[in-house]
Ligand binder design. Structure first.
Ligand SMILES: [Zn+2]
Length: 307
């Protein structure tokens, strides 16, 4: 078995400065860890397709407003700058974010074609970006764009999104709200940034399931939520494709949150996903402690290879 990873060194060119947690060394550390595994020869490193108007931009326009795209394009063209208090762009950032979207679209094509999982190892992350507002280190809502692309391209009729990043995927939820062909489930520390994602927020048509987790929660609490809430929610919907907003900032060692998962716990969460459907696209979101991040991505892919 080979396992496809969508990755480009171009993703390092979104420059956030030496002190920002969402930095390019997140990817280099993860790539190095994957290449050091005993199963490295089973990894299929794939460069994302070039960004095109017909495919990438058309997909982005299904989620984001033209005004928002013009705004971030303008900041990048002007040499970079701040989008909000903790979200910044460098000159290359808009191009890099669009290439990350292209990698996710490629991932959908691969997962649908091969009936097996893939990983889009991308940055910047995307799940906080709403259709008309970027925030929280995120520029383009890559997972929501990929979900809509899976539907528009006829490769899926029902798409589920699981967001296990420690922060609520407010942007993804906003983008898919009202779409009966997509369901969204987020497990996140609460109360915590960005402040949304209460359990009683089910979206306008009930296609979102928010599961707040208390500070200090471990895999036992996650396991209970998966068994009693996540599995029934997804099983009833019967998705033919699953996209995971795979953030790894719920790790015990992560400095941005207080959840107590260990890298190997993500192997268990991955096996849960594969039991729902073999068509799983993992898309990197957060995760800021380099050893924990890279070990968790290794655990995710190892669980796929051994499934
Ligand atoms: Zn996060």
């Amino acid at each position: 078995m080979v396992f496809p990873i969508l990755y480009s060194d171009r993703f390092l060119d979104h420059q956030t400065g030496g002190m920002h947690p969402e930095r390019s060394s997140r990817l280099t550390a993860t790539v190095n860890a994957l290449k050091a595994t005993p199963w490295a020869d089973q990894l299929e490193w794939r460069s994302p397709s070039p960004v095109t108007a017909e495919r990438t931009m058309a997909a982005i326009s299904r989620v984001h407003t033209p005004e928002y795209c013009d705004l971030i394009a303008g900041i990048a063209e002007g040499g970079g700058g701040m989008l909000d208090g903790d979200t910044l762009l460098s000159t290359a950032s808009y191009d890099v974010a669009r290439l990350a979207v292209s990698a996710c679209l490629d991932g959908i094509d691969l997962v649908a074609d091969r009936n097996s999982p893939a990983f889009a190892l991308v940055r910047p992350p995307g799940h906080h970006t709403e259709p008309a507002r970027g925030m929280g280190f995120c520029l383009l809502s890559s997972v929501a764009i990929a979900a809509q692309y899976a539907l528009d391209s006829g490769q899926a009729q029902r798409v589920a999104i699981l967001d296990w990043d420690v922060h609520h995927g407010n942007g993804t939820q906003a983008a898919i709200d009202g779409n009966p062909a997509i369901v969204f489930c987020s497990l996140h520390q609460f109360p915590h940034y960005p402040g949304t994602g209460r359990a009683d927020d089910r979206g306008s048509i009930g296609n979102s399931l928010n599961i707040p987790m208390p500070m200090g929660a471990t895999i036992e609490a996650y396991r209970t939520q998966f068994e009693t809430k996540v599995r029934p929610f997804f099983t009833e919907f019967q998705p033919d494709l699953l996209i995971v907003s795979a953030g790894y900032d719920a790790n015990r060692d992560d400095m941005l949150a207080g959840i107590e998962l260990l890298p190997e716990d993500f192997g268990e969460l991955t096996r849960f996903c594969l039991e729902l459907t073999p068509k799983v696209l993992f898309v990197l979101e957060g995760g800021y402690n380099l050893p924990s991040l890279s070990e968790s991505v290794v655990a995710t892919i190892e669980a796929c290879l051994k499934h």
